[in-house]
Design a protein around this ligand. Structure first.
Ligand SMILES: Nc1ncnc2c1ncn2[C@@H]1O[C@H](COP(=O)(O)OP(=O)(O)O)[C@@H](O)[C@H]1O
Ligand code: SF4
Ligand SMILES: [Mg+2]
Length: 341
C-alpha cells in the first residue's frame, strides 16, 4: 500500500483498544467520610490478551471492576473523574439502557464467590438459560438446551443430568464453572474475572484458570484477571497492573515484572512467593496492613510500610512514570532508579 491510499476502516478501528480505562476515580460517601477506593487508574486490554490487576485485599480492585461493569451502587458510590472506553465509546456517558445491553453482551464478569452470586432457589440450568431468555428472547426449551451446551463447554460432566441441579448440590469448582458459563453465554468481548479461584482449593484453582485460558484462546476475548495472588498472575497474565490504595504503582509485561520488580511494594509481594531462581535482598514479608481508604497516607501511600521511605515520600505523591532504563514498564516510586538499577 502506498502512503497516499486511505487507511481502510478496519485497520483504523483496530488501533482503538478493545477496553481502555483512563484516569478512573471512584469514591463512596459514608458517615465517616469519603472512601477513595480508586484514585486514578489507567489500563487497556485487547482481544486475546490477559491483563492482571494485582493487589492486596482492600486496594480497590473490585470497585474498579464494578465501575467498568457499571454496577457501582450510587449513592453511596460516585465516579468524579475518568473514562471507561469500550471500542472508543465512553461507557460512563451512555444512557442506562445502552449500558445494560453492553453488560453481559460485550463485557461480562465472573465473581469471586459463586455461592452468593448464584440464586439458591433456581436450578443452574434455569439461571444460565435466563441469559438467553432475557437477552435473546429464546423459548424455555431452547434456552435449556443452550444451558446444557454451555455446561458441557465449561467442563461439567453429565451436563444434561446436572442442568436441573441447584447450586448447593454442586461443588465449589462446579459452581464456579456455572458462573463462567453464564458469563460467556453471550460471547462477550471482554471478561472480567474477579478473584475467580479464591474460594477454591489449589487443584480446582488450576483447573478453572486452565478453563479461562482455553475459553480465551477459543473466543479471542480480552481477559482482565483480578487477583491478590502473584502465583495466579505468573501462570496466565501477559501484563500486570499492581494496585496499592486505589492507585497503580507498577505496570509491566509479566516477564519483566518477574525478572525484577521496580517498586518496593511489588518487591514485597514477590517475597511472599518462593523464587528458587532469584535471591532477594530481604526475606521479610511486607510489614503492616494496607491503609484504610478513608485515610490514605499523604505522599506515597506505601510510605508507612516501605523499608526505603525517606522524607520526600511522606509529602510528595510519586506519579507513575516510565523509567529510562526500562521503557516497557512504569513505576510510581521516587527512588526507582537508585533502588533498582
Ligand atoms: N458500597 C460501598 N460503600 C462504602 N465503601 C465501599 C463500598 N464498596 C467498596 N467500598 C470500599 O472500597 C474499598 C476498596 O474495596 P474493593 O475494591 O472491594 O477492594 P479489593 O477488591 O481490592 O479487595 C474498601 O475500602 C471498601 O470498604
Ligand atoms: S516513593 Fe518512597 S515510600 Fe513510596 S515506594 Fe518509593 S521509596 Fe517507598
Ligand atoms: Mg475484591
Amino acid at each position: 500500500m502506498t502512503v497516499t491510499e486511505p487507511v481502510p476502516e478496519t485497520i483504523a478501528a483496530s488501533d482503538v483498544p478493545l477496553l481502555e480505562v483512563v484516569d478512573l476515580h471512584v469514591g463512596f460517601r459514608t458517615d465517616a467520610g469519603t472512601v477513595n477506593a480508586v484514585n486514578g487508574l489507567n489500563y487497556k486490554v485487547d482481544g486475546g490478551e490477559t491483563l492482571a490487576i494485582l493487589g492486596e485485599s482492600g486496594s480497590g480492585k473490585s470497585v474498579n471492576a464494578q465501575a467498568v461493569m457499571g454496577i457501582i451502587d450510587s449513592p453511596p458510590g460516585f465516579i468524579p473523574k475518568g473514562e471507561v472506553l469500550y471500542r472508543g465509546t465512553d461507557l460512563l456517558k451512555l444512557p442506562d439502557d445502552e449500558r445494560r445491553r453492553i453488560r453481559g453482551n460485550e463485557i461480562a464478569m465472573v465473581f469471586q464467590d459463586a455461592l452468593t452470586a448464584l440464586n439458591p432457589v433456581f436450578n443452574v440450568g434455569w439461571q444460565i438459560g435466563e441469559m438467553f431468555r432475557q437477552h435473546k428472547g429464546m423459548s424455555k426449551k431452547k434456552a435449556t438446551a443452550k444451558a446444557v451446551e454451555l455446561m458441557d463447554r465449561v467442563g461439567i460432566p453429565g451436563a444434561a443430568d446436572r442442568v436441573h441441579a441447584y447450586p448447593h448440590e454442586l461443588s465449589g469448582g462446579m459452581r464456579q464453572r456455572i458462573m463462567i458459563a453464564m458469563a460467556i453465554a453471550l460471547d462477550p468481548d471482554v471478561l472480567i474475572a474477579d478473584e475467580p479461584t479464591t474460594a477454591l482449593d489449589v487443584t480446582v484453582q488450576a483447573q478453572i484458570m486452565d478453563l479461562l485460558a482455553e475459553l480465551q484462546a477459543d473466543t479471542g476475548m480480552g481477559l482482565i484477571l483480578i487477583t491478590h495472588d502473584l502465583g495466579v498472575v505468573a501462570e496466565v497474565a501477559d501484563r500486570v497492573v499492581v494496585m496499592y490504595a486505589g492507585r497503580e504503582v507498577e505496570k509491566a509485561p509479566i516477564d519483566e515484572l518477574f525478572a525484577a520488580p521496580r517498586h518496593p511494594y511489588t518487591e514485597g509481594l514477590m517475597q511472599s512467593i518462593p523464587r528458587p531462581d532469584q535471591v532477594t535482598r530481604r526475606l521479610d514479608p511486607i510489614r503492616g496492613a494496607p491503609p484504610d481508604l478513608l485515610r490514605i497516607p499523604p505522599g506515597c501511600a506505601f510510605h508507612p510500610r516501605c523499608p526505603y521511605a525517606k522524607d520526600r515520600c511522606r509529602t510528595e505523591t510519586p506519579a507513575l512514570r516510565t523509567i529510562s532504563t526500562d521503557p516497557l514498564r512504569s513505576t510510581a516510586c521516587h527512588f526507582a532508579e537508585e533502588l533498582y538499577s
